[in-house]
Write a protein that binds this ligand. Structure first.
Ligand code: UT7
Length: 332
């Protein structure tokens, strides 16, 4: 076995300019700012403008990473995208992003793991670096949730937003990068968070095209219960497996679905609140986008050698945690 690890060497994020605030939502459905903030922690989200697709967000992420790292898109070997809202059912968003940025020597694909999309994609990208079949892999997590949210359903439309982030993975021989991961699925939860129509089980027809099944559905309480337990459990599990105490962990990067779920995970890990990346108030739940968007916003604060735990829970069900040793200090 070689001693190559997959290190994150650059991060970038992109959110659309347009804001959808709680006050805006009060005019659309029977809700109010106090309920949304106290139950979720969300104050506003970003929403794409007409015609903006997931590949547009992803292309901005790749361009930003290349600029920061000082590399040409032609040097990229792979682009892997975690998303449930690609431009089309096919071709993949990865294909289109490669074309838009001029990554003419890259190949790639999309990964569907809902809110755990970035974790599953990161673990996938890691394999290609560690087995030395790729030197530069860009891993993106992003979603345009506004494309599948029902803005008449107050139980879901207040939660989600649009955005994408990504990281560059490169080989490291000094032990920095992705150290460990625990990823899980439980397909028996498939009906609790799902877009029912549009797949091979229930294709779009003239009869169902305007029904609610065209949008995402969530049984909030069931998902909440599973999320609180599983995200906290898996985060504690990865700490124990790697002999990490709460003092050893520099940051928890939690999926941003609900502040109450994040708080439960923070308590379980025994962390102080200032060690937890939280931007849910600004962006809501961007599904695969939440974790890389946090890394992007906190990049300046991260120091080489920091122990970082990423954790997520989402539709499927899918969940997991990844332990990273941060590989660089950001030049201020
Ligand atoms: O990222 C993927 C994973 N997703 C998650 O992790 C999300 C998990 N679920 C949640 O975050 C929470 O379940 C929600 C935020 C979706 C809902 O919070 P909750 O505390 O579980 O509320 P609830 O569903 O138990 O509803 C409580 C009450 C209900 O009214 P009654 O029956 O008590 O009269 C709802 O009808 O709140 C009502 N309600 C609302 N009221 C004002 C539901 N949505 C709203 C709303 N505004 N937007």
């Amino acid at each position: 076995m070689n001693n190559i690890t997959a290190a994150i060497t650059s991060v970038h994020g992109y959110v659309p300019e347009k804001k959808l605030t709680n006050a805006d939502l009060e005019k659309m459905v029977d809700t109010n700012d106090e309920w949304i903030v106290s139950r979720t922690g969300i104050k506003e989200r970003r929403i794409v403008s007409k015609g903006q697709a997931l590949s547009d967000l992803g292309a901005e992420v790749v361009k930003g990473i290349c600029k920061k790292r000082g590399i040409s898109p032609k040097e990229i070997d792979m682009i892997i995208v975690g998303t449930i809202t690609a431009d089309y059912r096919f071709p993949s968003a990865s294909n289109i992003i490669c074309d838009k940025v001029g990554a003419t020597n890259a190949w790639g694909f999309d990964v569907n793991a809902a809110c755990s999309g970035f974790l599953f994609t990161l673990e996938t990208g890691k394999q290609f670096i560690e087995n030395e079949s790729a030197q530069k892999v860009i891993v993106i997590g992003g979603d345009i949730m506004s494309s599948i949210v029902n803005y008449k359903d107050r139980t879901t439309c207040i939660l989600f937003g649009d955005g994408a982030g990504g990281v560059l993975l490169e080989p490291d021989t000094e032990g920095y990068g992705i150290k460990d991961s625990i990823l899980k699925v439980d397909g028996s939860g498939r009906n609790s968070l799902v877009q029912k129509i549009g797949g091979s089980k229930e294709p779009v027809t003239k009869e169902n095209a305007e029904s609610e099944g065209m949008y995402m559905f969530q049984d909030g309480q069931t998902v909440f219960k599973h999320a609180v337990r599983n995200m906290a459990d898996v985060s504690a599990e990865i700490m124990k497996k790697n002999n990490l105490s709460s003092e050893d962990v520099a940051y928890l990067v939690p999926h941003q679905a609900n502040l109450r779920i994040i708080d439960a995970t923070t308590r379980r890990m025994g962390l102080d609140k200032d060690k937890v990346m939280i931007n849910i108030q600004k962006y809501g739940n961007t599904t695969s986008g939440t974790i890389p968007l946090c890394l992007w916003e906190w990049e300046d604060k991260l120091k080489k050698g920091d122990n970082i735990v990423l954790a997520a829970f989402g539709g499927g069900f899918t969940w997991g945690a990844i332990y990273i040793k941060w590989a660089y200090d950001t030049k201020k």
